[in-house]
Design a protein around this ligand. Structure first.
Ligand code: BG6
Length: 498
């Protein structure tokens, strides 16, 4: 199939900015933010006069830069940067050594911000644990660093944004007292994935899809993120979070809004987010009686992947031996509106599954009548698969005639890989950092979206809160107890990614 994917190295030109990273000594900075900035610089999407100001505590500039350089070699080996190029890039760096609770840190930061091209633009990226978000916003506010008189001031807040409705509302209220909503960029890296954005382009630039994109033709929709990794030394966070909060509330429900939303009146941040929130408002409330049929929670036991033996979740470092935290979650949502009434949206995610695969599968209805003499092997329903990771792209499953003298049917898959021509698919963080620098909040969650998505899953969280046991699955498999029940009544089956 012909593919005309746009080159990754395209974007709007941008003004130079002060890119301030709180938590500059942490994992996210070295794994994601610095590699993204390097790639943006190479592509001309980061102004070369910009400054990267790390706020961290107790390290010298030299030690910090060495750690970032090592991070590039470990986590972004494809970027291939020699010593001279690294020296050139690191000349953009500055450091503020200080405590987030200390006013002096913000005073030092104020002194470090540079006037670039006549403005003092600044992006403040909170790559820090959530308990510090408000402290940083208050520190910026107190010293006037959030005032926009001399240039823009934008604050990026990482996930998790709250742990339930109440904490999300409190965080929103606290931030909105210190910053204007237009300055707050709540990041969801899933929305920065090229393939997720492609979903919008695909939906709203191809008129053949619109007539089919509704309850008359679609039987059910699956949105999934299977991961092969475990919790990677994040027991402290994951024990309190679990898969439902970690992936479904934050990422997959956002993807669901893009699949289900109406066409926006224009492609602007508020127009798109207005349509997304309408979807969330239409999600059917969970009644206590439906939990068994509409939700699945499970935890990985021991297992293996090839020759590698995998320990059970409860044996991971920092996990309580009698933890009932779910490492797999599945939820069946309904969207009560004219377009989607009665169509199940089944969202699922899990750790320690066989492969890392994220996808959206649109299952169309079966042909109403089988015309062909193929009772042993009748034509199957069509499905359209948007692969978010790996091998980003789109596939359409059709039925075709099996070669030979009969009219037996066989499955045919039409594939359109997103980067067939060898284009580099941008990392989500490049896309999102570029958008913040451009003041484009389309791919960031608004306060009302975050609160509404928490409100939707609150009954599930409450129902799961007091459980004393959880179903187990063998690590490295997709043998999840209860998953088949989640598809009850759907035409078709649980589409297990392959
Ligand atoms: C993060 C979750 O937000 O997303 C992790 O906290 C998860 O638990 C990760 O592994 C998955 O992201 P991706 O881009 O690898 O699918």
């Amino acid at each position: 199939m012909e593919n005309t994917a746009a080159k990754a190295c395209t974007g709007k030109s941008i003004e130079p900015s002060n890119i301030v990273i709180f938590g500059a000594g942490g994992d996210l900075t070295k794994r994601k933010l610095i590699p993204a900035l390097v790639k943006m610089l190479r592509c001309g999407l980061l102004h070369p006069e910009s400054k990267v100001i790390g706020v961290l505590k107790g390290r010298t500039m030299e030690v910090w830069l060495d750690a970032l350089h090592q991070g590039m070699l470990d986590f972004a080996p494809d970027i291939k940067m020699d010593e001279a190029q690294w020296q050139e890039f690191s000349a953009m760096f500055k450091m503020v050594d200080g405590d987030l609770q200390d006013d002096k840190t913000y005073a030092d930061l104020a002194d470090s911000l540079e006037t670039l091209d006549g403005h003092i633009n600044a992006m403040f990226y909170c790559a820090i644990p959530p308990r510090w978000y408000t402290t940083v916003a208050a520190g910026l506010h107190k010293l006037g660093l959030a005032d926009e008189d001399e240039g823009y001031r934008r604050v990026v807040i990482e996930k998790p944004f709250g742990m339930d409705l109440d904490s999300a509302q409190q965080l929103n209220q606290a931030l909105q007292k210190l910053l204007d909503e237009s300055q707050i960029y709540r990041i969801d890296h899933y929305l920065g994935k090229e393939s997720v954005q492609n979903l919008l382009v695909y939906r709203f630039s191809n008129s053949i899809l619109e007539p089919l994109w509704n309850r008359n033709f679609i039987d059910h929709i699956q949105i999934s993120a299977a991961e092969s990794i475990g919790i990677e030394y994040r027991a402290n966070y994951y024990e309190k979070s679990g898969a439902l909060r970690d992936m479904i509330q934050s990422h997959l429900m956002q993807v669901m809004t893009l699949v289900a939303m109406e066409p926006p009146v224009e492609f602007s941040a508020d127009a798109v987010r207005d349509e997304k929130i309408k979807v969330l408002r239409a999600v059917r409330e969970f009644e206590p009686g439906v939990m068994d049929k509409q939700t699945v929670a499970a935890q990985y036991g021991s297992g293996s992947k090839g020759d590698e033996k995998i320990n059970a979740y409860v044996s991971e470092e920092g996990v309580s031996p009698d933890s009932v935290t779910e490492t797999f979650a599945g939820v069946r949502f309904y969207i009560d509106n004219w377009r989607w009434q009665g169509v199940p949206f089944i969202l699922w995610t899990g750790k320690r599954l066989p492969e890392r695969v994220s996808e959206i599968v649109i299952h169309f209805k079966k042909p109403p009548f089988n015309l062909f003499d193929t009772h042993a092997n009748p034509p199957l329903a069509n499905s359209m698969i948007f692969r978010l990771h790996p091998d980003e792209g789109i596939a359409l499953r059709m039925n075709a005639k099996m070669p030979g003298l009969t009219t037996n049917t066989q499955r045919m898959v039409m594939r359109a890989p997103y980067s067939e021509n060898g284009e580099d698919v941008s990392d989500a963080y490049e896309v999102l950092l570029h958008d913040v620098l451009n003041g484009d909040a389309t791919l960031f969650s608004r306060a009302d979206e975050v609160e509404t998505s928490w409100a939707i899953i609150e009954p599930v969280l409450n129902a799961w809160k007091d459980r004393i046991s959880v179903q187990r699955y063998r690590a490295g498999t997709l043998d999840i107890p209860g998953m088949d029940a989640l598809f009850e009544g759907c035409e078709g089956y649980w589409h297990k990614p392959s």
